[in-house]
Design a protein around this ligand. Structure first.
Ligand code: 5GP
Ligand code: MG
Ligand code: MG
Length: 194
């Protein structure tokens, strides 16, 4: 286990078993439909890569990067598009693939924006769901795991851009980010979450 990790919350095996199950569900639900998986950069990359291979249907992949200002462990709700998706979605059933929903602010912004582009349907699949921290109510149609209100990293999720390559979801030792709120670390509190 990595030295900065306090505890492994979800193991590699647990992740892969859940993704296989989600893939089966999505395969059933979208049979015969024009499916577009829309991944959010950068956190959802490992998840969308594994999930797409667990869905046994023709599908398209696209990506959007939205950043929300905040400190490195919390989003503010002030969201901006860093990279938009490529084409129109009027003829498509769009399934947003997210890494984690915390306050719900980022996803609320994104679903609002995409709904105005008139997809045939718009649903959300998030690997992780912190349900007691929600500020904006956003319906999540598929999710992998509900987790406690702890800052987690791994399997796409970062702290200061690190730890995304861990194959499991772990709780970061608070000592690693304890300095984040100190005034001398203001540059970090202006960081963007992606
Ligand atoms: P929300 O807008 O729902 O509060 O936050 C969503 C974004 O905040 C996620 O896509 C992710 O970038 C970041 N985030 C929220 N909780 C965590 C967490 O526990 N760990 C990490 N690494 N990022 C998180
Ligand atoms: Mg995300
Ligand atoms: Mg991040």
């Amino acid at each position: 286990m990595h030295q900065d990790i306090e505890e492994i919350l979800i193991s590699e095996d647990q992740l892969q078993a859940k993704i296989k199950h989600l893939g089966e569900q999505i395969t059933q639900d979208y049979d015969g439909k024009n499916l577009l998986l829309l991944g959010t950069l950068k956190g959802a990359v490992p998840f969308i890569a594994d999930l797409a291979r667990a869905i046994h249907l023709p599908l398209e992949l696209d990506y959007m990067a939205v950043a929300s200002y905040g400190n490195s462990t919390q989003s503010s709700g002030i969201v901006r598009i860093v990279k938009d998706m490529e084409g129109p979605i009027e003829q498509k059933h769009v399934l947003i693939i997210e890494d984690i929903i915390d306050s719900g602010r980022t996803l609320h912004y994104l679903t609002d924006l995409l709904r105005r582009r008139n997809p045939l349907s718009l649903k959300v699949c998030s690997l992780l769901n912190k349900e007691h921290t929600r500020v904006q109510n956003v319906p999540v149609d598929y999710y992998g795991f509900t987790i406690p209100d702890k800052f987690v990293v791994g399997y796409g999720l970062d702290y200061a851009q690190l730890y995304r390559n861990l194959p499991y979801i772990g709780i970061l030792k608070p000592s690693v980010y304890a300095d984040d709120s100190k005034p001398q670390n203001q540059h970090q509190s202006m960081a963007e979450n992606q």
